[in-house]
Design a protein around this ligand. Sequence first.
Ligand SMILES: [Zn+2]
Ligand SMILES: [Zn+2]
Length: 423
Amino acid sequence: MAFTLDGNAYSDLYAVLGIGHSATKDEIRKAYRKAALGCHPDKVPESERGTAEIKFKAVQQAYDILYDEEKRNLYDTHGIDVFDGSGNPGMAGEADLDDVLSQMFGMGAAGGMPGPGLRGNRSRKGPSEDRKYEVSLEDLYKGRTVKFASTKNVICTSCKGKGGKEKATAKLCSACGGHGFKKILTQVGPILTQSTAECTVCKGQGSYFSPKDKCKKCKGLKVIEEKKMLEIYIPRGAKDGDRIILEGEADQVPGQEPGDIIFRIVETNHPVFRRAGTNLSATLDITLAEALAGFTRVVLKHLDGRGIELTHPKKKGDILRPNQVLKVAGEGMPHKRGDERGDLYLTVNVKFPDEKWTPSPAVLEKLKEILPKPDPLIQANAVDEIDYDPDADSDDFGAGDPRGGSGWEDDDEDDGPTQCTTQ
Ligand SMILES: [Zn+2]
Ligand SMILES: [Zn+2]
């Protein structure tokens, strides 16, 4: 159905006919005749025909709904959107006019006729509000309910979204002819494009109340700002990109079902754990002595605060090597449903002794004695004793070699442009 976009000129059917909310059937009929006559496309100059047609259909629609008691009641209680796809038999809109309308107001057919389902559905609900919400891995692991204060626009309770005093009637905006939008022609090179912009006089409403008629509470804005506590529940196992939808909590707009607030979860980086789906990974820091001799201790604190204790070796004589990976089944992230959990992968990082470790020569000799011996001596005819840099950079390996891996490709690239310039 038509005339429902945010800030649309014709969402207020009473304003379209220029009548108050308490108008009788008789008053509605009279107002309709007067309005329809005033904007009948056949009675205006050619140049104004397009606008008149739109207005005429809006008047027709307003009359169709308000004159029918049942429909009027529906409109009063639910706004214009309930007529979406209801099969309400209005006058048949021409296809091209529908296109104009849908471009201008994002709506379907005009004149009280329900638009095609697809288009109609889009305008039934007000715009949704997207928000990012950063969540720690701990909270995603355990699940959490978060409460916070938020402000939103709600329909003014004093005027019920009319914007004016009860008996007052909104004036049609002459600046935009009641459309709430103005057409703007822009020339870009040889192309003339047409766009629409909100009318600044009526702020896209198509009509407005004179200062003395404005609702005192909302100052004619139809809505007032209200503080509300919102509560969102982050289910355990939720992940980055998941959406939590608070239905109908977005700003209220007169004549529209309020849109949703959609929270998109952004998972913050964790200092210890990395996550992939339901799996977690972390580094297992152990000393060289532990790698060789084993240990039983808490190796890390899990996301729920539990200490994770590990005993090594599992089998007598096993040692842990750098970058060895241990899989701990069932200690990953919880699945969203059920009690299952993913797995935890621990990558071994052997911390070799640093410069603070200064054992006596006797201790070192003892170590050599204890630990496995080197391979048999290499036999050579001549032996050079050499010096070396103990802190070299492996990136330097191969660097500066003119016959390095990319040499041939560089030659080809150089040839390319030369050939082109001779053509
Ligand atoms: Zn108000
Ligand atoms: Zn205007």
